[in-house]
Design a protein around this ligand. Structure first.
Ligand code: 13P
Length: 251
């Protein structure tokens, strides 16, 4: 059975105060969710301890990025082992902001994925096309290539892999993929995974890109959408927990 996951990526937002206030609220509400959703918070690394102190078991915690080395003279970087040691369960990798602003390539994503799974953490591997690629009819092939290359180092550790489809044009823009388009891409990703020899039916596929309380229900009712990766709306406690609630209890 694949897991249902709603993960909040705070990006470079938040504060110690928000970590205490928001996580306390989300933690209390997450405990009463009856739809089997795993609630994950992915704060800036410097607040992971504050989030974990509030989380108290009902919430999992992730880190937004790790370096591609195990340790050493890499000022400013943190490793997968450190993330594990600090109590994280998930690592976000290949987010389009990392790809576009920091020049991360599929090859680098693959190196990081290998270290993440080797350290016993789960990787949430982000893929997604730009508007130009979608308008040129290249969306599926671009995403398929990101999946194949980014996961090229995975052999037996598929249980540690989650894929997040985040069309770049939908991130922070208020434009969401329609539930039908998102479902079509998720089905395509699942078939790419199958082609790679992965247990595709067991791998959770999340949708990200302007997910809000008013569009989550439609997205989450699609058969291949196993949850969401939420940016802006994860910084508002009530909105974030509302999104977690929209998962149908039966699926
Ligand atoms: P928004 O929900 O703000 O569009 O961000 C999505 C995202 O990038 C999550 O990783």
């Amino acid at each position: 059975m694949r897991r249902k996951i709603v993960a909040g990526n705070w990006k470079m937002n938040g504060s110690k105060g928000l970590s205490e206030k928001l996580v306390g609220y989300v933690q209390a509400e997450a405990g009463s969710l009856d739809n089997g959703v795993e609630v994950v918070i992915i704060p800036p690394a410097i607040y992971i301890r504050d989030v974990l102190d509030q989380a108290d078991g009902a919430i999992s915690v992730g880190v937004q990025n790790v370096g591609q080395w195990q340790s050493g003279a890499y000022t400013g970087e943190i490793s997968s082992e450190m993330a594990k040691d600090s109590g994280c369960k998930y690592v976000l990798v290949g987010h389009s902001e990392r790809r576009q602003i920091f020049g991360e390539t599929d090859e680098l994503v693959a190196e990081k994925v290998a270290l993440i799974v080797a350290s016993g953490l789960a990787a949430i591997v982000c893929v997604g096309e730009t508007l130009e690629e979608r308008e040129s009819g290249l969306a599926e092939s671009v995403v398929a290539s990101q999946v194949r290359l980014g996961l090229s180092a995975v052999s037996g550790e598929w249980k540690s892999i989650v894929v997040a489809y985040e069309p770049v044009w939908a991130i922070g823009t208020g434009k969401t993929a329609t539930a039908e388009d998102a479902q079509a891409m998720h089905a395509s990703i699942r078939s790419v995974l199958k082609g790679m020899g992965a247990p595709a039916e067991e791998i959770s596929l999340l949708y990200g890109g302007s997910v809000k309380a008013d569009n989550a229900a439609a997205l989450f009712s699609e058969p291949d959408i196993d949850g969401g990766l939420i940016g802006g709306a994860s910084l508002v406690a009530e909105e974030f927990i509302s999104i977690c609630r929209y998962f149908p209890a039966s699926s």
